[in-house]
Design a protein around this ligand. Structure first.
Ligand code: NAP
Length: 289
């Protein structure tokens, strides 16, 4: 049986509060560089029904335009956005959320995330700031204007700080995840606590596509290296958020259910030497690599 996003059982998950969401999303960072909604409109045509944006990306208004022009009803598209570093703090969250709703031309969000746990590396009072930010997120959730709330780039010590003091548990945590940088400690911590993991840069912004193990595994299954990266997320029930500007690649990135990797290959991909890391870490200055 298909759900409201036109997906069957294998192609969606249920969050810890009962909300359904598609198993693959379209990432919109840099998806409107030409200052147009064309790429996102094409992604809707290609079949994506879950869109990941953020106030920081500048793509909320283009996503709104693409959704409006698609003619697809709002409740058949899952929209997630994020609260930026400068918008943290109890007093700021509600205004930031209203701006996001306005940009997205909608009266509710499906998912709202805190983008990073620290507003800047070395920020001393992050525990207090994260808790009060989360409290405001919980209040938004209680109003019904957002169907689920969650985190992004939170490591176990950051999540623990939220869990100690929350009334609504985070539903997801969005982290950098791809072969060569899969943050196993975070994945395990979240899975044990019923927090769905989402993979940003799931194909490592192309930096891992030439890795020998990725190439070899792609050849073994007769698929592309990008499909191996994405399946490395999907097969572990991690939601990848690939971004592409070509319809051919958009479709390729959704075509992940015609093959299944052996467990041995997943372990190899999870333990291959570090490759393709962005250099971003929530507690540190960006590492230039
Ligand atoms: N929470 C966070 O802090 C955070 C941080 C970064 C990203 N994100 C989210 O994650 C999304 C995806 O991350 P990302 O954009 O950094 O990286 P990505 O999706 O891993 O990589 C995008 C790049 O890969 C190329 N590509 C896409 N499909 C391909 C394919 N099948 N074969 C070969 N190349 C392909 C794209 O090129 P073309 O466009 O030319 O196809 C683009 O250059 C973002 O859009 C954003 O929504 C979140």
């Amino acid at each position: 049986m298909k759900n409201r996003y036109g997906l069957n059982k294998a192609e969606h998950y249920i969050l810890n509060n009962g909300v359904e969401l598609p198993a693959i999303a379209f990432g919109t960072y840099k998806a409107a560089d030409g200052k147009s909604a064309d790429v996102i409109r094409t992604a809707i045509e290609a079949g994506y029904r879950y869109f990941d944006t953020a106030s920081f990306y500048g793509t909320e208004t283009y996503l709104a335009q693409a959704v409006r022009e698609s003619g697809i009803s709002r409740d058949e598209i899952f929209i997630a956005s994020k609260l930026w570093k400068t918008e943290m703090g109890y007093e700021n969250v509600k205004d930031a959320f209203e701006r996001t709703l306005e940009n997205l031309n909608t009266d509710y969000l499906d998912l709202y995330l805190i983008h990073w746990p620290l507003p800047e590396p070395g920020y001393k009072d992050w525990k207090q700031l994260d808790r009060e930010t989360w409290k405001a997120m919980e209040e938004l959730y209680q109003t019904g204007k957002v169907r689920a709330i969650g985190l992004s780039n939170f490591l176990p010590h950051h999540i623990e700080n939220i869990l100690k003091d929350c009334t609504v548990r985070p539903a997801v945590n969005q982290i950098e995840y791809h072969p060569g940088y899969s943050q196993e400690a975070v994945v395990q911590y979240c899975k044990e606590r019923d927090i769905i993991v989402q993979a940003w840069s799931p194909i490592g912004r192309q930096r891992v596509l030439e890795e020998p193990l990725v190439l070899e595994t792609a050849e073994k299954y007769g698929v592309t290296p990008a499909q191996i990266c994405l399946k490395f997320a999907v097969q572990r029930e991690i939601i990848p958020l690939p971004k592409s500007s070509s319809i051919k690649r958009m479709k390729e990135n959704l075509d992940l259910y015609s093959f299944e990797m052996e467990q041995e290959d997943i372990w190899r991909l999870a333990t291959m030497p570090q490759a393709g890391w962005s250099g971003e870490h929530p507690d540190r200055e960006r590492v230039r690599i």
